[in-house]
Design a protein. Sequence first.
Length: 86
Amino acid sequence: APAEYLKALPFYISLFASGYRLGWLRWPLYWGKRLAMLVVGLFRAVPKLSTPETWAFKNTMPAVTHLMLAAADMGLQSLPMEGFDE
């Protein structure tokens, strides 16, 4: 990766992480982040801030894919299903 991206990585990690230590700062930082990304997004491409549910779904799918591949290796065929609501 280019050096300029590696230098900016700690900034983006702290920007998109949601574990703020001071509880009373949670909402001001949340909305400040949203406003800052909206303004910066007018001039350059920025990553989209997504909900925790979206993040969990996107990051669970690779693990499920590996589970399905392991099951197929053992002879159990499976198929991902979309649109299931409880």
